[in-house]
Write a protein that binds this ligand. Structure first.
Ligand code: CA
Length: 222
């Protein structure tokens, strides 16, 4: 995944780049909206843009507006100064996918990025399939071997991430970050509880394997 960081504060930009690299992303930073537009127009491919609102020249809100006016589907996470609720609301109305208020902590930034990317992926792939599992993301309906599967919101989140990640492992960290959006007080073994309920609902038609020290992997039975 490649991320474009649009931030004129060079110290913050390099901090974000380093944090993203550590989280497994590739990141390129530019200091202005003009440079961002130029980079995008040369056909460079990015999966997400992190856009500071306070930029010299064209500001971050205008950048998001222009991207959407150009029918760009590039997911955008906007960074705002503290206490600018109006900016946050404007950003979302102009087509930003989410916003984060400065100062923020790296784990929160990474969690927001994963959430935005996941939503963008769900938008582009309306139907997720894995073996006998079919998840219609838009209709929010799930079938297993042709039979409807009733899921709680938390179970849906977990299964969606497992199906998106399969055949790779969905890490425990990402699953917990995903669930925290639904289950703010997620603690202790809440993830394990949801996973075990999900396993029961899958009735062996699909397996959720525990990968020790790492997370879980969706698998078809032998
Ligand atoms: Ca700035």
């Amino acid at each position: 995944m490649r991320i474009l960081v649009v931030e004129d504060d060079t110290l913050l930009a390099s901090g974000i780049r380093a944090a993203l690299a550590q989280a497994g992303f590739t990141a390129d930073a530019v200091g202005s909206a003009e440079h961002a537009l130029a980079a995008l127009q040369t056909g460079e491919s990015f999966d997400l843009a992190i856009v500071d609102i306070g930029l010299p020249g064209i500001d971050g809100l205008e950048l998001v507006r222009r991207l959407r006016a150009q029918r760009s589907a590039l997911p955008a996470l906007v960074l705002t100064a503290r206490d600018s609720l109006e900016d946050c609301v404007n950003a979302l109305q102009l087509g930003a996918d989410d916003y984060l208020t400065k100062p923020f902590r790296v784990p929160e930034l990474v969690a927001r990025i994963h959430a935005v990317l996941r939503r963008a992926q769900a938008r582009s792939e309306q139907v997720l399939r894995f073996g006998p599992l079919v998840m219609d993301v838009q209709a929010r309906s799930c079938d297993l071997a042709g039979r409807p599967l009733e899921l709680t919101p938390s179970e849906w989140q977990i299964l969606e991430m497992l199906a998106t990640s399969a055949p790779r492992v969905a890490t425990r960290e990402r699953l917990v970050q995903t669930l925290a959006g639904w289950d703010r007080d997620l603690s202790g073994n809440a993830l394990e509880v949801h996973v075990s309920r999900l396993r029961a609902k899958l009735e062996g038609a699909l397996l959720i394997r525990t990968i020790r020290g790492l997370g879980y992997r969706l698998d078809e039975p032998e």
